[in-house]
Each structure stands twice: as C-alpha cells, then as structure tokens.
Design a protein around this ligand. Structure first.
Ligand SMILES: Cc1cc2nc3c(=O)[nH]c(=O)nc-3n(C[C@H](O)[C@H](O)[C@H](O)COP(=O)(O)O)c2cc1C
Length: 363
C-alpha cells in the first residue's frame, strides 16, 4: 500500500483549516463571510483534490464565541464531515478533530478505522486535549485546571486507541481514566494507524505531541522565534526516537494588486470585525491555553480579527508566494490556508500562487 498522502514527503504541505465552521477563520460581520454548508464543503473539497492540495483540517467546536455573528456557532461535526468528504474525493487527506474528553476512545478507534476504509487510507486524526472551559461546561464536563491532568488523560485515551489499532487479541483495560472489558479493534486503520496532529503550546502539550504526533501545529508570529522553536521540537522528538514535523496556519487574501488585498483586509477585519467575538476568542486563549505565547498574543489581536491568529498572506500572488516560501525556509513542513470565502477565493490562489510555489521547487 502506498504511503499515506499526508506522510509522503518532498513538498511543502498545503491544507485548509476550519471550513466546517461558520465564518471559517474570520470573525467578521461582512456578508461575504464563509457559509460552512455541506454543499460548500463538498464543492471546495473537490476543487482542492483536483488541484493537488494535501489535506483538510476541521475544528471541533460545540458552542460559538458569541458576538453579533456568534462566530463558530454553526459547526459541522468533524467525524461525519470527514467520512462524507473521504467518500467524495480521491487523493486528499481528510482529518477528524476529536476532543479526548468528549469522545470515548473505543468509539473513536472504530470511527477512524471506518473512515480510513471509506477514504482508502486517507484519514487522519487531530487530537485536542481540551482548553476551552465554557465549552466543557456546555457539555457538562470539567476541564482540569492543570495541564498535567489534561495531558495525562489524553495520553491514556490515545494509548487505548493505539492498543485497539495494534492488538490482535481481545484485551481488558484497567486505567486511571478508562476501564474496558474484552475489547478488540476490528477493523483497524488500513496501515495500522493514521497520521496524528496535535496543536499544543504548553510544555506538557509539547511533550504529548512529541511522544505521539506526526505533526505539531504552532502559530507563526515571529519567524525568527519559530525557527528556534521548530528546531527544539524536532530535537525533543528525536531524543525520543521520533520524527515530528511542524505545521502552521495562514490566512490568505490574494488579489491582483496589493491595494485591493489591503482594502479587503480592512473591509473584513477592521470595518466589519465582529469585535465582541474577537475579544472572546483572545480572552479565552489567555485564560486557558498556551498555544499562543502570551507575550505575543496581546500584540496580534488584529490577526485574530483577520484569520484567528493565522500568519498573514495578504497581497499579490507574488507576495503570497513569497510569504509561503518564507514559512518553508523557516522550517515549517506546511501550512493550512484559510480564505474569507474559500470557494470564491481558492481558484485565484490555485491559478496564480501554486505555479509560483512549483517554480520555487517547494511543491
Ligand atoms: C491548528 C490548530 C487546530 C486546533 N484545533 C482545535 C479544535 O478543533 N478544537 C479545539 O477546541 N481547539 C483546537 N485548537 C486549540 C488547541 O488545541 C489548544 O489551543 C491547545 O490545546 C492549547 O494548548 P495547551 O493545552 O498546550 O495550552 C487548535 C489549535 C490549532 C493551532
């Protein structure tokens, strides 16, 4: 069986992020904001697949961030979303995003094996150990205050998933958080596992990622800082005998002229910013997560209004391509892309930026 499309190397990986969520990555009131309907996701997935884009990554979200638009109040559930997209595409990898606390590992192990069959070996799993306290409360769950407990729980969750994917025997599980009797994973993912993504910022989260993930997500804010961080993460993984690649997320506004791109940025992220939603988003990150370094978080509120804190790729096709090449040269293995309206805006990116990345030898 050929390598999983996400794991075969030789190019800077490109994916999309958050197309399953209302407004995508941009908390804007502008009527052009993303409509996350199934039909739009399907249309986009087919376009991405044909264009050779590597993956689609969804966000798992159970309550919105409020504001006038209730940013992320509308969300397609990620496992069923991935199943549908895998059935409708040929080459692209599609991830499900799973909160460990809200999904039983025996169920998830089987769901992943099922969608991996649907996609003939193109499924992937993004593991979220939890950070968004109001969301936990919405589900009647308690988010542990300390990261040790959050990631201890996530580790046992994933150990049980992995055992279901690797053991040919029935087994019992008697852990701190999970008990299981005479369980067996059948079927298993086609290659015995699937690519794992984890987006952690804290030392405990990074320990979890370097122990378990193929890809760690981290924001790209100060690229000189990212360069050091990527090297540290790779070294940390190598010391454990593992290879981890680092991905980031970017927001694209690509137009024929820089002035047009800047005007659209101002229109969506300044004039029409859903400021209450942006405030909630940033405040919740401060309160509960370490995925954005807190000293940088305060400086980049405008980037949350633009694309949820993603790296800005705003300008002409040349400028957008230059930005992506910079991410590559920093040591990132790839980036997700978001657009205010993915279906409307991706074709221009495909036709103008992708050839430049090919010419630069990174695709
Ligand atoms: C690329 C990416 C994907 C993420 N996906 C989700 C998600 O789908 N759902 C969610 O609740 N949080 C998601 N997060 C948030 C992180 O999981 C969260 O910030 C992280 O758990 C905090 O890290 P820490 O636990 O080390 O503080 C994502 C973050 C990034 C950067």
């Amino acid at each position: 069986m050929p390598q999983h499309p996400m794991l075969s190397g030789g190019r800077f990986r490109l994916g999309t992020f958050s197309t399953n969520c209302s407004s995508g990555m941009t908390p804007t009131k502008a009527p052009e904001r993303w409509n996350n309907s199934w039909d739009n996701n399907l249309k986009l997935a087919k376009m991405l697949d044909e264009a050779g884009i590597d993956f689609m990554l969804p966000i798992a979200r159970w309550i919105g961030y409020g504001g006038e638009t209730d940013f992320h109040g509308g969300v397609l559930e990620t496992m069923t979303w991935a199943a549908g997209l895998l059935a409708a595409t040929k080459n692209i990898a599609v991830f499900a995003t799973i909160h460990t606390a809200a999904n039983h590992p025996v169920v998830v192990a089987k769901q992943m094996a099922t969608i991996d069959q649907i996609g003939h070996g193109r499924a992937g799993l993004n593991i979220v150990a939890g950070w968004n306290k109001p969301e936990y409360e919405a589900l009647g769950l308690t988010l542990p205050d300390d990261h040790e407990t959050r990631y201890g729980y996530a580790q046992e969750w994933f150990d049980l998933v992995r055992k279901l994917w690797t053991s040919d025997e029935h087994f019992d599980w008697d852990g701190k958080y999970f008990k299981a009797k005479r369980v067996k994973g059948d079927p298993k993912p086609l290659r015995g596992s699937v690519p794992i993504i984890n987006a952690a910022g804290s030392p405990q989260g990074r320990g979890f990622a370097t122990d378990n993930a193929n890809f760690l997500f981290t924001p790209a804010i100060d690229l000189s800082r990212s360069k050091v961080e990527i090297q540290e993460l790779k070294d940390q993984a190598r010391a454990k005998g593992r290879e981890v690649n680092v991905l980031t997320f970017s927001h694209v506004i690509c137009r024929p002229t820089e002035a047009e791109a800047q005007a659209f940025l101002k229109y969506t992220a300044v004039d029409n910013a859903d400021t209450a939603a942006v405030d909630n988003l940033v405040n919740l990150q401060f309160a509960h997560a370490h995925s954005f370094p807190h000293d940088l978080l305060a400086q980049i509120k405008h980037l949350f209004a633009m694309g949820h804190g993603g790296f800005p790729l705003v300008g002409t096709p040349d400028q957008v391509a230059e930005g992506i090449i910079k991410l590559h040269d920093t040591g990132f293995a790839g980036t997700t892309l978001s657009f205010v309206d993915y279906v409307e805006e991706f074709p221009y990116f495909r036709d103008t930026v992708l050839p430049k990345l090919e010419a630069a030898g990174i695709r």
